[in-house]
Design a protein around this ligand. Structure first.
Ligand code: SF4
Ligand code: SF4
Length: 340
């Protein structure tokens, strides 16, 4: 994140808005990955499951997503699902609109279908392809989005590879290095990102890493970072992985990201995982990356995270007050420029 983006994010928080918006643009996905949080029974926290929601398609989806974006005015939008490539025609219409608004956009997909090469023209677009380890394990968990299909889907495109490390991966010596060796040789790959599997509180999934496994994985990644430049993992992010937020209230990511499900109404809380996530075992790359930005010292012991948290309280209070006086002309919201 550049300094100018931090300032824009800060302005947005002070105005009572989340600078990041994550939209589940479809409830559909051709895959059935074990441990998928989107289709977990508690994901929406309403007793309703994602597949039961009414979602949208065609022009209606495009119109409604843009209306949400124009209402929330985010700096960053994640288009997720289900798998957003299920709605690839709608994405073709949405991406130029988001780009024209100067919004950084991320599409998170299994690449079960071809990623159009023409999307490379959008300089603010990141396409993140989720891969669950090396081919044998991945193909077992993620068919029909097998390695063979992914390699065809990404040909000529620019993608970020995202792998969630599970307990099974963590147990195998040399596995992460083999993974990096494979993907760092691909011309389509801009960077490789790793997350650690994040469970719900009290869950017993086979994918959950022990604390000892987490430590060993982080030490391995720290070593591999120097050998494979394709691995994006700043030192500050490693520190955050080693000591994640204790609760959603302490999580900058959760407090600055609004997640909206496929009916384009239901808000998912406290973060994109929904339900009751076990923050102390959180391994979300995006969350740790943002926490790393938050640890940046602004003055003395005061960090960007302190400013974000305080501003979030001011912004939300301001939003409430503004809501009560909607008939009055709006005062200019506080920004880092006019409060100094
Ligand atoms: S591709 Fe993503 S949304 Fe679809 S089942 Fe797998 S993890 Fe869930
Ligand atoms: S992103 Fe991680 S730390 Fe933040 S609220 Fe979700 S589970 Fe907790």
């Amino acid at each position: 994140m550049k300094k100018s983006e931090v300032i824009r994010a800060w302005s947005s928080i002070l105005a009572g808005r989340a600078p990041s918006l994550s939209i589940e643009i479809t409830k559909e996905c051709p895959l059935r990955c074990p441990g998928c949080y989107a289709f977990d029974a508690d994901h929406l926290g309403t007793g309703v499951q994602l597949r039961q929601l009414s979602d949208f398609k065609g022009d209606e989806l495009v119109r409604k997503v843009l209306a949400l974006v124009d209402e929330h005015k985010p700096l960053h939008v994640s288009l997720v699902g289900g798998d957003p490539l299920v709605r690839y025609r709608e994405l073709d219409a949405l991406l130029p609109e988001l780009d024209a608004r100067g919004i950084y956009t991320q599409i998170v997909t299994s690449a079960f279908r071809v990623i159009p090469k023409e999307w490379s023209r959008f300089k603010r677009l990141h396409v993140s392809v989720s891969i669950d380890g090396l081919q044998p394990e991945h193909d077992e968990r993620r068919k029909p989005a097998t390695y063979e299909r992914i390699l065809k889907s990404i040909a000529g495109a620019r993608v970020f590879i995202h792998c969630t490390i599970t307990s099974q991966i963590a147990d195998r010596e040399g596995y992460l290095e083999e993974f990096l060796r494979f993907w760092s040789g691909r011309p389509e790959v801009v960077k490789v990102w790793f997350s650690l599997f994040t469970p719900q509180r009290g869950a017993k999934d086979a994918e959950i890493l022990t604390f000892a496994q987490r430590d060993a994985v982080l030490a391995d990644l720290k070593r591999l970072r120097d050998i494979y430049p394709v691995l994006e993992l700043p030192e500050a992010a490693i520190r955050e992985f080693a000591s994640p937020p204790k609760s959603p209230e302490e999580c900058i990511f959760a407090r600055t990201t609004q997640t909206i499900s496929a009916d384009l109404t239901t808000k998912i809380t406290p973060c994109q995982f929904g339900g009751d996530p076990d923050c102390e075992r959180c391994g979300c790359f995006a969350s740790m990356g943002l926490a790393a930005v938050g640890s940046y010292r602004v003055v003395g012991p005061l960090t960007a995270g302190h400013l974000f948290m305080a501003s979030d309280r001011v912004g939300k209070a301001w939003s409430k007050v503004r809501g009560r006086f909607t008939q009055k002309p709006e005062p200019v919201p506080a920004t880092p420029f006019n409060i100094l």
